[in-house]
Design a binder for this molecule. Structure first.
Ligand SMILES: Cc1cc2nc3c(=O)[nH]c(=O)nc-3n(C[C@H](O)[C@H](O)[C@H](O)COP(=O)(O)OP(=O)(O)OC[C@H]3O[C@@H](n4cnc5c(N)ncnc54)[C@H](O)[C@@H]3O)c2cc1C
Length: 396
């Protein structure tokens, strides 16, 4: 871990090689800033978590020079459909309506674990980037004009100093804990069951769009077409134990409610269940340390916004950091971090909560929006996160 030309005065430490940390590292590396990435795992996480990349995130990936490689692997989503067992398709929104506002008027469905290797490979091309796996940050100390990180690696401990440190170490962030920053919030009353099938759903639901919401009140089901499978997302009250909720009979019964023709469970290639909570760090910064991504905010997965918001954090904070190093003005990073916290509290959390509330009122609203082009455009802008973009990315 070390390059003689890199000094504490110009180096940035990024903790965490998830999609957010790797974005921050790439932004800094592309700006010529020496970076050390610390990742406690031996390899990148293979976990299939986030699956949606929204238009502003695609613009950031394009700026990082990796969009084409990412697009090649994913499924382009050009319309969002709402339907119910009783009414069939009752609303549809074409993302092409966003063509005047973004160069990427679509979403991309792709597992985050397919994007992080592309980021890592790109990072490895930079001479001034050190990427240390099996390197766990255990503590952080704030100094005047720098930061010190304590790292457990190769059975020993090492102390690294840097101009700045970015904590992109996920929802259980050791950076956040070391700085004693509270992560306020609460758990949602529902868990999420994800079922992946490689069978086509077209026969079951003719005309199904690549992103389809089957409305059934609190038991609504989402369908996401990935490049090689469909993801079916069901919500389960926390009181139901995991084993029952993952049982084939239980899943089939829930599917039958929204798709009565579903007499057998489509072939399942993977299924899992997880709990969700909403939390935002009370501060995104302390001294020269900044929190981004899941270390700073988590929320439910409806609308697929949390990772995207984290990538936007990384872009904004890392851009500001490169500029701050250039101009010797750390306040630029403070401003960017404070702005990202405002986006999380004023947009991310209320918007993902809105998606949770659902209900008849939401259904009526969806119908009204689909019937009115102005409202449809507003709906698409907000679900595409176009109003949550960092200033530094607004021109992309
Ligand atoms: C099932 C599921 C589905 C989801 N679907 C969506 C979706 O559709 N859309 C969306 O936007 N979001 C979604 N999310 C959320 C999304 O996965 C997260 O927001 C995203 O992973 C955050 O990225 P990150 O880089 O901040 O953190 P992480 O991906 O958690 O990465 C953090 C990294 O830091 C490393 N690390 C942790 N501690 C240390 C340490 N002390 N030292 C060194 N390294 C450390 C970890 O090993 C990890 O590699 C989903 C989440 C789940 C669980």
């Amino acid at each position: 871990m070390g390059d003689a030309s890199v000094t504490a005065l110009n180096r940035v430490i990024v903790v965490g090689a998830g999609p957010v940390g790797l974005t921050a590292a790439l932004v800094l590396a592309n700006a010529g800033v020496p970076v050390t990435v610390l990742e406690k795992r031996a390899t990148l996480s293979p976990a299939s978590k986030a699956s949606t990349f929204h238009p502003p995130t695609l613009a950031i990936l394009d700026d990082l020079g990796i969009l084409n490689e990412v697009l090649d692997q994913g499924a382009v989503v050009d319309r969002i459909q709402y339907r119910s067992a009783a009414e069939g398709i009752f609303a549809e929104f074409s993302l092409n309506m966003l063509a005047a506002e973004t160069r990427f008027p679509f979403r991309l469905h792709l597992e985050q674990a397919r994007v992080t290797p592309v980021m890592l490979e790109r990072l490895r091309r930079h001479r001034h980037v050190d990427i240390a796996f099996d390197a766990e940050l255990t503590d952080v100390a704030l100094n005047e004009g720098s930061v010190t990180a304590r790292v457990r690696q190769d059975g020993g401990e090492e102390v690294l100093e840097a101009a700045y440190l970015i904590g992109a170490d996920g929802s259980r962030s050791q950076v956040r804990i070391a700085l004693d920053i509270a992560f306020d919030g609460e758990s949602y009353p529902d868990k999420v069951v994800r079922v992946m099938t490689d069978e086509s759903l077209e026969g079951l639901m003719p005309g199904i769009a690549p992103l389809t919401y089957l409305f059934n009140g609190a038991k609504s089901v989402s369908f996401l077409r990935m490049a090689d499978c469909w993801r079916i997302i069901l919500r389960v009250p926390n009181e139901i134990d995991d084993e029952s909720a993952l049982a084939a009979d239980w899943i089939l019964a829930r599917l039958k409610e929204v798709a009565p023709g579903c007499v057998h469970l489509p072939r399942v290639v993977m299924k899992d269940i997880y709990g969700v909570s909403k939390r935002v760090a009370v501060r995104y910064r302390a001294g020269r340390v900044y929190l981004v991504g899941d270390s700073a905010h988590v929320t439910n997965t409806r609308g697929g916004m949390n990772m995207n918001c984290g990538i936007h954090d990384a872009f904004a904070v890392a851009r500001a950091m490169a500029e701050a190093l250039h101009r010797n003005d750390p306040r630029l990073v403070d401003l960017a971090a404070d702005e990202r916290r405002r986006v999380a509290t004023q947009f991310l959390i209320p918007r993902t909560d809105r998606n949770v509330i659902g209900g008849q009122a939401w259904l009526d609203k969806v119908k009204a929006m689909a019937a009115n082009p102005e409202q449809a455009l507003a709906y698409l802008r907000s679900s595409a996160m176009l109003d949550m973009v960092p200033d530094s990315a607004s021109h992309l």
